[in-house]
Design a protein around this ligand. Structure first.
Ligand code: TRP
Length: 436
């Protein structure tokens, strides 16, 4: 069973593109710019960068290492370390099943907005339009399932013909559209106020909560804490240089998030709108702006296609983590694993897509199902899984076995951080995250 021929990336570049595809998603396009604005702009950016390149880079390297070293799915990796640890692998799979359930709902929103941009539908008030859309008992689940089917379709075709190919087409297209839109919005009147908002630091806003928010965002955006990187890492050749690859990945993820901000804020400020609108920023504020621009429909179409590419390439990595596990653990064909998982995910995703409509309520700790899944995965499951990965690599595997560096001082820091610093930081993050 274990000897099934495993797929492999056709090159390191293919791996990098697919990992950037996984990392760059909804987290970068609307969440990052919005919370960056809320938490002091440039100061947040500075702390975020510091966290990414010091703290987060270590679990990132560790996750990739586990995949590359064991060449297995996340559950088998934990089993190979210790049979009793397999529960941690399954917890990653639970996370990998739950994140798509709300992520794909947002994917559905994007598809709907692509449709309205294409059909030149005139919407007078996007606040009303969006509220009606998310309430709709048919349209909302329809678009969610459509997004699911598109993601599943790519994953079904396998690592090289599906995941690699989709990323090779969509990620360069993503970068080109992002650049065009950023240049376009930078040329709007008063664009500089948007840049000031992003890059003019307000140091009075530094506080513990902001640092924790920055850390949570950094983990989510780098796709850490679910085994997605282990999965992608397991398709690497054994001699791949994961430390360098990790830095390249972190660099591009950050660059694209900042570019997304440069695309959004000048436009928002140019129209004198509110930058801290959260999810509404992309689905209400931006369409409102597009409506008033020359060639607004074309700009709107480009904008939502851009977010679609970002979301689906991340969706693929979310799905592939459990697909690979089902293939290898239950000895299933890819087709069957994809089908079974689509069934399981649909069962939760469809009710989730009704969270703002007929299933609206606050039954789950004050949240509706959508908000609950978002909260539980980002604030509890992802940091917990990351904690376990750091502890396992730090204490059980020991970084010395990872042979990632020959420099002793580097290794000492790496070792100390993985064993003590990051676990403490993560526990603090979870504690405050739960406090709300
Ligand atoms: N990183 C993606 C984003 O920013 C989301 C994502 C994809 C993810 N795969 C993941 C998050 C694995 C956590 C774990 O939107």
């Amino acid at each position: 069973m274990e000897e099934r021929k495993r797929p492999q990336w056709s090159s390191s570049i293919a791996f990098i593109i697919a990992s950037i595809g996984s990392a760059v998603g909804l987290g970068n396009i609307w969440r990052f710019p919005y919370i960056m604005g809320e938490y002091g702009g440039a100061v947040f950016l500075f702390i975020y960068l510091l966290l990414i390149f010091t703290i987060c880079i270590l679990p990132l390297i560790s996750e990739l290492f586990l995949g590359k070293f064991f060449q297995k799915n996340i559950v088998s990796v934990y089993e190979a370390i210790d049979k009793k640890c397999s529960i941690f692998g399954w917890l990653c799979i639970v996370t990998a099943i739950l994140i798509p359930c709300f992520y794909f709902v947002v994917g559905g929103w994007i598809l709907n907005y692509i449709y309205i941009s294409l059909t030149d539908l005139q919407v007078a008030d996007y606040t009303v339009y969006f509220a009606d859309f998310v309430k709709s008992p048919l349209l909302q689940p329809f678009y969610t399932i459509l997004f699911l089917i598109l993601t599943v379709g790519i994953t079904y075709r396998g690592v090289n013909k599906g995941i690699e190919k989709a990323n090779n087409i969509m990620m360069p297209a993503f970068a080109v559209i992002l650049l065009i839109l950023a240049i376009y919005t930078l040329n709007l009147p008063n664009a500089s106020r948007g840049l000031e908002f992003m890059f003019n630091p307000d140091f009075s806003k530094v506080n513990m909560k902001m640092i924790l928010i920055a850390l949570g965002q950094a983990l989510f955006t780098l796709s850490i804490g679910m085994g997605a990187l282990t999965t992608y890492g397991s398709y690497l050749k054994k001699d791949a240089k994961i430390v360098r690859l990790s830095y390249v990945l972190a660099f591009f993820d950050t660059l694209l998030a900042v570019l997304a901000g440069i695309m959004i804020f000048p436009a928002v400020f140019s129209f004198g709108l509110e930058p801290g609108a959260g999810p509404n920023l992309v689905f209400i504020t931006m369409p409102h702006i597009f409506n008033q621009l020359p060639f607004g429909n074309l700009i709107s179409l480009m904008f939502f296609v851009l977010i679609f590419f970002a979301a689906i390439t991340s969706g693929i990595s979310l799905l592939e983590t459990s697909v690979l596990t089902f293939i290898e653990k239950f000895n299933m064909s890819r087709g069957k694993a994809v089908l079974v998982l689509t069934g399981i995910i649909s069962l939760i995703t469809i009710p989730t897509s009704l969270s703002y409509g007929i299933l609206n309520g606050t039954a789950l700790c004050g949240f509706n199902l959508f908000e609950f899944l978002d909260f539980a995965t980002s604030n509890i499951l992802l940091p917990f899984n990351t904690l376990i990965i750091c502890l396992v690599v730090g204490w059980v595997i020991k970084p010395s076995n990872m042979l990632i560096t020959k420099r002793r001082w580097c290794f000492k820091i790496f070792n100390f951080a993985l064993k003590y610093i990051i676990p403490i930081v993560l526990i603090t993050l979870m504690y405050f995250g739960l406090e709300g």
